[in-house]
Each structure stands twice: as C-alpha cells, then as structure tokens.
Design a protein around this ligand. Structure first.
Ligand code: AMP
Ligand code: MG
Length: 310
C-alpha cells in the first residue's frame, strides 16, 4: 500500500496533542499514543476499557531509538537482527532514566517492545520524536481488529483518527518473548516458536499457562467474539456457525472456511475477520473443526481455546 504523506501528517498532529490514533501493523491494528506521555497513555486504557494492570507494548522505529529506554542483551540482538521489523515483542529491563510513562508498564521495571513492519506505521514512527504505546485496537478481551472497519465497529467516534493501512498481512498478534533471564515465550503469536529457537540455538520454554500470570495475554477468556465457541463438539447445534480450516466440496450457509486448502498462513490472516463476520451474521455459537497443531496452527488453536472460555 502506498504511503499517503498527508495522512501521516494528520496522525502526527493528533498524536502530538496527546490524543490516540489507530495505526495499521502487519499483526493487528494498534491503538497508539505517545509512550512518554501519561495523558496519552491514560486515554488508551480508557478508550479500550483495559484494566490498568495490563501493560502496553511500546513500538519503536529501530533499536537506536530503543537504546534510551531499555537494556539490551545478546539474545535480543540476535533476534532483532533476524526478525525485526516483524511480529515479535521482547520483554526487556527498563533503564533507570527512561522516559516511558509509568502508566504503560503499571509501574513495573520491565518493558514490552516491538518494531512493526507495516511501511505506513514505520514511516510514522520515523517522523515522531517519541515511541508509540499501542495495544491492539479492540475493546478489551474481544477479537483484535485487522482492518480499519473493525476499528470503527469497536470504537466509532471515540477515536479521533484511523490511519488507513489495508488489511493486516499476518492477522495474529506478535509472539511475546521474555528475554530477561532464560528466554521464554509468554504469548504464542505471528512468529513461530521454532524459528526463534533456531536463532537462539536452544529450546525455548513456552510459559503459556503459568500459575502466576506475568502477561495478561495469557489470561483465559481473551480474543472473544462475544458468543460461545465449542472446540470438541459432536454435533452442530441449531443456528450454529461451523468454522473449518479446509474448503469442503459440501458448503452450507453456516460454513465458514479459514482457508481454501488448509494453508495455515491464510487461515491466520482470516481468523479474526471471520469470527467478527459470524457474530454479525447473528449465529448464536461457533463450532470449530480440528486445526492442525503445528506452526501458526498452534497460535490459532491458542486463540480459539481462550475465546472458548466465554
Ligand atoms: P496487546 O497489545 O493487546 O497485544 O497485548 C499486549 C500483551 O503484552 C499483553 O498480554 C500484555 O500483558 C503483554 N505485556 C505488555 N508489557 C508486558 C511486560 N512488561 N511483561 C509481560 N507482558 C507484557
Ligand atoms: Mg489485545
């Protein structure tokens, strides 16, 4: 998608006034504000109705910009070189003199950081003289937004501006990796764990269901379309939508296909739009057929499992 400089200028102007702007990223749309401003960050929580104890991810143009705020380590450098910009979020220690608003981190001494790949948001980040705190641009605990219409559906006039960037190319949130001690994955996401392990040359623990939740993305009941989801069903119910990974020869009006041929990347990209569509079409619940638990299928299954705790 072409970069429209007038749109970026408009977004910059609004952000400079400590207001929020929805921005496109390759994972999902973000609800962005100046990460150095308490006022802007408070607004993000308020608009999203997000609990204040659920910290935000801060988005940077590059590692140079991050140097002011976080302490680097070797593993971060390895992963940054290989995957950034891209769908990976790092948990790092904050520097003592960092200007990041305490609202972002809920007073914690750690920060979640990411370098988004979408060219429009990269251009915006390059021009700003502060990083952007940006959680997913959806109401808290609901399905993320993958295009500007999803954002409008959730927030209407509550946000001043949506920077148009087309449909998110990955369609799932970033993979969160905690690099403070032994690396561990806190949230499965758009970057496969196996690729992270390859670069670090070691097995990385997936701390997806810990006793002590350190990342609310691990909470159950998240990513919910607002109607029940059944994973291990025997028989379809009346007025139930049927979510399948593979297009069948037999199709019915209540069948929804994540992919034509079982392609997991395509399925990931379509997942949230289809969940929103099913809700709009007034189905009362969703039954899900088995999705292969490999590669991005693991992230898709993780999201559906959490959404099924409705
Ligand atoms: P979202 O922006 O909606 O994709 O959610 C961001 C995720 O990052 C949430 O699950 C947060 O709990 C998690 N997160 C943000 N900051 C931290 C942090 N310092 N430590 C652990 N998890 C974090
Ligand atoms: Mg979210």
């Amino acid at each position: 998608m072409k970069i429209n400089l007038a749109n970026i200028k408009k977004a910059t102007k609004i952000l400079n006034k400590d207001e929020c702007v929805a921005v496109p990223t390759e994972t999902v749309y973000g609800l962005a504000g100046n990460a150095y401003s308490d006022k802007a960050c408070k607004k993000i929580f308020k608009i999203k109705r997000r609990p204040m104890n659920n910290p935000l991810i801060v988005h940077y143009y590059n590692h140079q910009d991050l140097k002011k705020d976080c302490i680097f380590n070797n593993e971060f450098i390895k992963l940054y070189k290989k995957f950034c910009p891209g769908p990976i979020t790092f948990i790092l220690d904050l520097k003592k003199d960092s200007k990041i608003s305490r609202i972002v981190t809920n007073n914690s001494k750690t920060l979640a950081v990411r370098f988004p790949k979408h060219p429009i948001t990269r251009d915006l980040l390059k021009k700003l003289n502060y990083p952007l705190a940006a959680p997913s641009a959806n109401l808290s605990s609901k399905v993320s937004a993958v295009n500007s219409n999803d954002v409008k559906d959730d927030f209407g006039k509550k946000i001043k501006y949506i920077l148009e960037g087309g449909k998110s190319s990955i369609g799932l949130e970033s993979t969160i990796v905690d690099l403070r001690n032994k690396p561990q994955i806190l949230r499965l996401g758009g970057l496969e764990t196996s690729l992270i392990q390859k670069v670090l040359n070691k097995k990385v623990k997936i701390n997806n269901n810990p006793l002590r939740v350190s990342s609310p993305g691990q909470f159950k009941l998240h990513y919910s379309p607002g109607i029940p989801i059944r994973l291990n069903f025997k028989k379809l119910k009346k007025n139930e939508a049927y979510l399948l990974i593979n297009k069948k020869t037999e199709t019915k009006s209540n069948y929804y296909f994540l992919s034509k041929n079982g392609n997991l990347k395509e399925a990931a990209k379509n997942l949230y739009s289809i969940l929103r569509k099913i809700k709009k079409n007034k189905h009362k619940s969703i039954a899900v057929s088995k999705i292969p638990n490999k590669g991005l299928g693991k992230t898709i299954n993780d999201r559906l499992m959490r959404a099924s705790k409705f």
